[in-house]
Design a protein around this ligand. Structure first.
Ligand code: ATP
Ligand code: MG
Length: 554
């Protein structure tokens, strides 16, 4: 599919307009952004949009971008995720320099600020049980009810809050809430929870804390401590902005950050929710966070997607204020664009059908020159062996072809790429009537693939020599879902049962037996990369992307 015509011109969007205007007017001296992942899963392609935006803006305007772990929920956070996030941001091509931060670095200061709010009469400890409190929040059309603990004295709240910190109370027994407005039209301002009791060991602070700040209390204040000028997040936080601003206005914070919201990435045939991706991993519906079918950066990397393709894709989709779903075809387009330039060409036969060249001498073999990259002669050629017995793609032969089938069929002459013209003379079948072998002849005068008499053929096929080819396992990936927009209420039912197809006995030209980690193009098939499950003499390849969409609308 063609590039998206609706995307903003490269490098232009409403957030960059705001940043530019702020620099021009002098509201900010230099730009400081941050990417704030919660280390409770691996990063996915949606996060890549946020990473490219935050790090990209910092780079373009001579500022800095911090990597800040939003590690305020130790119940779900793990070191494995922290390590994976750092690895994936670097792989995507970004560098936070010395600016690696953690919300947990600020726990002491956040605690002091919580006491500050209590002393100012702007926060209180609430003993209401959680389910009760949820009911008292009200609805969009109905005001909330004030807690009976709302007007307890500053001294009492302060004492209880200190004892919460000291670990005296059980999980869920009490919370600290801001005292704002239970009748506010914005539910986030109805005395939001700032601290909850959680007796859990934290990857960084260990057992020091038995209370942890909520996202809302930690986020803006962390931004203020770090001097973030533009705190860029996704649209679901738009309704939290009044609370973000209230906290900044009511606390003695060292700077005044602003929050800006953009539309999150939604991608066809894909679900970008860490909760769901976690479920796929835990239920073993995929082999792990880096299963090549996963939309995680680790999965895409293992599938062979180069980081420049992801950056290019993110640039093409642009940054907007309205939610929409991007066609998966656009992602594949960006992957092909990148790989078309970088990938060496090779020949691999996925579903082999044997060919015997009857007039080619038995025992003879020769090396033919094959081009490594059609657009880049500097990348040279390689020798490919040719002999009497070959394999071609089963799909490239039809015994009774329809009119427009130009490839091999009885009596038909085709070109074998880099080799010779061959003509199919006869078909060998097994007892079940299945074609097991083609008997062909070749024309020695057509060496290199051209006929000196000028005669033409209508098809050029890829092939490998039977004796010198390597057997390989090939893993073909299809989208995880059968529909572009699976029902969020029933995602498991919408999973594609054929998202992984394994071919055990593909045949590859010898140059592929020791392919490195760079993706290659199997001519006429697509782009493939060696998987880490490969063993000596037993290569395994993942299909990164086909040359055309197979799932596109019929
Ligand atoms: P998920 O919704 O997958 O659980 P999250 O928002 O909980 O993701 P965080 O680790 O909090 O995950 O996200 C870090 C940053 O990435 C946040 O600023 C968030 O807004 C942004 N982000 C998450 N998902 C997307 C997405 N699909 N498109 C763009 N940005 C995203
Ligand atoms: Mg989040």
């Amino acid at each position: 599919m063609p590039p998206d015509q609706t995307a903003a011109a490269p490098g232009r969007d409403f957030i960059r307009d705001i940043v530019e205007a702020d620099l021009k007017s002098g509201r900010v001296k230099s730009v400081v952004t941050r990417f704030p992942p919660e280390p409770n899963g691996y990063l996915h392609i949606g996060h890549a949009k946020s990473i490219c935006l935050n790090f990209g803006i910092a780079k373009e305007y001579g500022g800095v971008c911090h990597l800040r772990f939003d590690d305020t929920n130790p119940a779900k956070e793990e070191q494995e995720f922290i390590d994976a996030i750092e690895r994936d941001v670097r792989w995507l091509g970004f560098d936070w320099g010395t600016h690696l931060h953690h919300a947990s670095d600020y726990f002491e200061r956040l605690y002091e600020w919580a006491e500050h709010l209590i002393r100012a009469g702007k926060a209180y400890v609430d003993d209401t049980p959680p389910d009760e409190m949820a009911k008292m929040r009200g609805t969009l059309t109905e005001a909330g009810k004030e807690s009976p603990f709302r007007n307890r004295s500053v001294e009492e709240s302060l004492d209880l809050f200190r004892r919460m910190r000291a670990g005296e109370f059980a999980n869920g027994a009490r919370v600290l809430r801001a005292k704002i407005d239970m009748a506010s039209g914005n539910i986030n301002l109805r005395d939001p929870v700032l601290y909850r009791i959680l007796h859990a060991e934290h990857p960084r602070t260990g057992k020091k804390w038995s209370i942890y700040p909520t996202y809302d209390f930690a986020h803006g204040q962390s931004d203020a401590i770090e001097g973030i000028t533009h705190s860029i997040c996704t649209l679901e936080f738009e309704d939290h902005r009044p609370l973000y601003d209230w906290l900044i206005a009511n606390l003695p914070v060292p700077s005044q950050p602003h929050q800006y919201e953009f539309a999150r990435l939604n991608l066809g045939y894909t679900v970008l929710s860490k909760r769901f991706l976690t479920q796929l991993v835990q239920d073993k519906r995929v082999s792990g966070w880096d299963d090549p079918r996963m939309p995680t950066l680790a999965g895409l990397r293992r599938r062979g997607v180069p980081p420049e393709a992801i950056r290019d894709f993110v640039g093409r989709i642009g940054v907007a204020k309205a939610n929409s779903t991007v066609d998966l075809g656009l992602f594949d387009f960006a992957v092909r664009e990148a790989l078309n330039k970088s990938a060496l060409r090779r020949m691999g036969v996925l579903r082999p059908l044997k060919v015997v060249i009857e007039n080619y001498p038995e025992g003879k073999s020769e090396l033919l020159d094959a081009v490594n990259h059609p657009d880049d002669p500097a990348r040279g050629t390689r020798p490919v062996p040719f002999g009497r017995e070959l394999y071609v793609e089963r799909d490239d032969f039809m015994e009774n072809p329809p009119k427009k089938f130009y490839r091999l069929s009885p009596g038909k002459e085709v070109r074998l790429r880099y080799a010779y013209f061959v003509t199919c003379k006869d078909v060998v079948k097994n007892a079940a009537g299945e074609v097991t072998e083609l008997r062909c002849t070749y024309d020695p005068a057509t060496k290199g693939g051209n006929a000196p008499d000028g005669r033409k053929v209508q098809a050029t096929l890829h092939w490998v020599a039977a004796a010198q080819s390597a057997t390989a396992e090939i893993r073909l990936y299809n989208p995880l879902f059968t529909k572009p927009d699976p029902d969020p209420a029933n995602l498991i039912a919408a999973l594609n049962p054929n998202s992984l197809e394994v071919i055990k006995d593909a045949r590859l030209e010898p140059a592929l037996a020791d392919a490195g980690d760079a993706p290659v193009q199997f001519e006429r098939q697509g782009y493939f990369v060696r998987d880490r499950d490969s063993a000596p003499g037993k290569p395994v390849f993942n299909r990164t992307v086909g040359l055309r969409d197979s799932y596109a609308k019929a």
